[in-house]
Structures are given as structure tokens and as C-alpha cells.
Design a protein around this ligand. Structure first.
Ligand code: GLU
Length: 427
């Protein structure tokens, strides 16, 4: 199956993610009473780089791929964020994702600004050596703005530890010595961190557990549907199952599967590794991705692309809790509909921040050349994520903000604004 654009099944154009990011920002900035100048500054990306990457294909042809690296804000530290390989990547999307990275890092209190990169490519169509050549060329092209003290890439959709290893090697070859701190999400053998692979999913679990405590709900027996079976969705499904929740549905680009009695995500993973998809898993009923989103479950975990819950399906969502493991899965229009219907949303900039948090731990370990055991990584992640949850809830209480997304943005924007004010505007 082809990886196509994010256009909705109705044929309607997907909402521009940058418009989404700005609407979310404005809602929080209004409540903060943020001045016009700071608003302009905090909405503007610091740097946007567009590159062309020529790649010699296996058949001798030359193909040219467009890539982007955007650094949104650098007030709190070096820029940080993943690299996405997807045919629907646009400059606006990468800029929105970089913006969300700024708020994400500020919410969990790690000393980074936000960045994101992307290449317009269906990487599933490339051979391994074509993928390697594209990655190495892209690394050199964005090499003028990345660096362990400047901007540190990581995996995102359709990129992985092997791709990070090639990026690290390419950058190191140009320097003449190993620079493990240039990327995070590397294999452990070359300076990666224990616990990084599972970190985003673990962060989702920590957030849902905190939410259950806060809302007085029980994680044990909770029914869960997970959209997306990549690094985040598949591990989150396994962790929910292991924690005593009942995962009733999962999906990938090929379709979704459902079983009221629970689907056993570990077995689904084994099936997916063999069959190439979750579809066809014995004992589960095939449903569509759209059906999965509208299931009557306690918790819905969107772990795929942006714009999955929008004004066209928000009225039909029946989950009581939505844990945004993806970046930007819910549009502001859907947010309002869901809020009015009493559905509680755990926002992306908190819920999926476990990945970048352990990326920070990986970078710290690389810079110190001193590596931690997995328990240390996990307990530090636990502490940072729980603290972020409590900080947001405290802000909701003291400032009477009913929705968690706006409160999380307020917390983050205040932190970045404060750093900007302290540093001043140069010159
Ligand atoms: N791509 C991930 C995200 O969206 C991880 C970024 C990182 O680790 O720098 O948060």
C-alpha cells in the first residue's frame, strides 16, 4: 500500500498543522495576556532550511528529494526534534512540529528549544542502500545548522535507530572523530540510551496512569483502542495490556482489527512481524481505521498522523479519554466539540513527551560519556513526566483553565517567554 497524503477519507483537504499550532498558541496566549511583540516572536520559526538531496538510485537514475530542517525557538537551549520521512511532509507541517517540540520540551522542563526535520519521500519504496544514501546526503545538507550544541535530530515517523546510526556516522566522518551527541535514538551500541526505544510509549502510560488518578478512574480493565502500530503505538498497546488494561483494537496503514474480548498485543506484534500488517490477525474482526477511532472505549490512543480527529468525526467519538501519542492528532475544531461532550484529552505536548525526555537523557549520557542503567533512565522519566502532569493540573486549578491542552501551552509559553525576557532581544 502507498503512503499517501494526510487528506481525509472524505476527500476534504486536511487542516494545515501550522494553522492548528497557531490557533492552540493563541488560545493560551489570550489567557496569559501575552503582548503583541512576544506573540509574534514566539510564533515565528527562528530558522527554516530547505534542501535538495540528489540520490543515485540502484538502477542508475538520479532522484532528487526535498528536505527540511526547522528550528523554531532556541531561548531555552539547543534545538531538538525528530526527522520524518513521509510523502506528505511540507514546510508548514515541519514548522508546526518544530513549534510543538518547543512547547513539549518546556512542559517537561528539559533545556531545549524545538526543531523538526522532514524529507518528502515514501521510504517504504526505497532499497536499504538507497535509504542510506538519502540519509547521508540529507545529513550533510542540514549539517550547516545541526550539531550537538546547536540542534540534535532524532527518529520520528518512518525513521529509526539505523537511520540515526547513519546520521551519526556521516556527521562524525566529516568531523574526523565520533560525535555521538549529534543525534538521539541511536542504537545502544554506539551511544544510544537504554529505555529510549520504549520511552514515548512509557511516557504515554505514565500520563494515562496520572490521569486515572486525577479523574478517579481505574486503569485495570480499562478498554483501549490504539491507532497506529509503529514504535509508539505497538509498544503502548503492549504496556497497556501488561498494566491490566484491555486493548480491544489496534490499526496500521492497512487497516484495523477489533475483538471485544481483547486482542493480546504481544501476539499481534508477532503476527505483524511475519505478515507485515496487523490485518489478518486470527480471532479478531477486521474494521476500518475510521471505525477504530469511533469505538465505544474508555481510552483512545491516536498514535499515527495529524488531523485524525477533526470536525467531521468528533461528534461520533465515544471514548471517554483521549491520550494523544501522536503529534497534532486532534484539530482545534474537534477539541471544542470533544470538550463540550465531556471527553477528557491528554494533549500531545505532554502525552508523547517521554521520547524527547529520554532523548535528553541520551544526549546527557553522550556528553558525559557516562552511561546509566535502564532503571535510572525509567525512574528519571517517571519523575519528570509526573511532575509535568502535576504542574499542568495545578495551573488548571489556580487559573481556572478547563482544558489540559490550553493549560499545557500556557505553562510552556510562560517558560519560553520568561527565558526570552531574561535574555533580552539582541542587539
Ligand atoms: N520525534 C519525537 C517527537 O515528536 C522525538 C523527538 C526527540 O527525541 O528529539 O517527540
Amino acid at each position: 500500500m502507498e503512503l499517501t497524503t494526510t487528506d481525509r477519507p472524505s476527500g476534504k483537504q486536511a487542516k494545515n498543522p501550522l494553522v492548528m499550532a497557531h490557533e492552540q498558541f493563541d488560545a493560551a496566549a489570550d489567557l496569559l495576556g501575552l503582548g503583541e511583540g512576544l506573540r509574534k516572536l514566539l510564533k515565528s520559526p527562528a530558522r527554516q532550511l530547505i534542501v535538495s538531496c540528489p540520490v543515485k538510485m540502484d538502477d542508475g537514475r538520479i532522484e532528487v528529494y526535498t528536505g527540511y530542517r526547522v528550528q523554531h525557538n532556541l531561548a531555552r537551549g539547543p534545538a531538538k526534534g525528530g526527522i520524518r520521512y513521509h510523502p506528505s511532509v511540507t514546510l508548514d507541517e515541519v514548522t508546526a512540529l518544530a513549534t510543538w517540540m518547543t512547547w513539549k520540551c518546556a512542559v517537561v522542563g528539559i533545556p531545549y528549544g524545538g526543531a523538526k526535520g522532514g524529507v518528502v519521500v515514501d521510504s517504504t519504496k526505497l532499497s536499504l542502500s538507497e535509504l542510506e544514501r538519502l540519509t547521508r546526503r540529507f545529513t550533510v545538507e542540514i549539517g550547516i545548522i545541526i550539531g550537538p550544541e546547536k540542534d540534535i535530530p532524532a527518529p520520528d515517523m518512518y525513521t529509526n535507530p539505523q537511520i540515526m546510526a547513519w546520521m551519526m556516522d556521516t556527521y562524525s566522518m566529516h568531523k574526523g572523530y565520533s560525535v555521538p551527541g549529534i543525534v538521539t535514538g541511536k542504537p545502544v551500541e554506539i551511544g544510544g540510551s537504554l529505555g529510549r526505544r520504549e520511552a514515548t510509549a512509557r511516557g504515554v502510560m505514565i500520563t494515562v496512569r496520572e490521569a486515572c488518578r486525577y479523574l478517579g478512574r481505574d486503569l485495570t480493565g480499562m478498554t483501549v483502542a490504539v491507532q497506529g502500530f509503529g514504535n509508539v503505538g505497538s509498544i503502548a498497546a503492549e504496556m497497556f495490556h501488561d498494566a491490566g488494561a484491555k486493548v480491544v483494537a489496534v490499526s496500521d496503514v492497512f487497516g484495523a482489527i477489533y475483538s471485544a474480548g481483547g486482542i493480546g498485543p504481544h501476539a499481534v506484534k508477532r503476527h505483524e512481524l511475519e505478515a507485515g500488517s496487523v490485518v489478518g490477525f486470527p480471532g479478531a474482526e477486521p474494521i476500518s481505521n475510521a471505525d477504530l477511532l469511533e469505538l465505544d472505549v474508555d481510552c483512545l490512543v491516536p498514535a499515527a498522523l495529524e488531523d485524525q480527529i477533526n470536525e467531521s468525526n468528533a461528534h461520533r467519538i465515544r471514548a471517554k479519554l483521549i491520550a494523544e501519542a501522536a503529534n497534532g492528532p486532534t484539530t482545534p475544531e474537534a477539541d471544542k466539540i470533544l470538550r463540550d461532550r465531556g471527553i477528557f484529552i491528554l494533549p500531545d505536548i505532554l502525552t508523547n513527551a517521554g521520547g524527547v525526555t529520554v532523548s535528553y537523557f541520551e544526549w546527557v549520557q553522550d556528553m558525559a560519556t557516562f552511561f546509566w542503567d535502564e532503571d535510572e533512565v525509567n525512574s528519571k522519566l517517571e519523575r519528570l513526566m509526573s511532575r509535568a502532569f502535576k504542574d499542568i493540573v495545578a495551573l488548571m486549578d489556580t487559573r481556572k483553565v478547563p482544558d489540559m491542552r490550553t493549560a499545557a501551552h500556557m505553562l510552556a509559553i510562560e517558560r519560553v517567554a520568561k527565558a526570552t525576557e531574561l535574555r533580552g532581544i539582541y542587539p
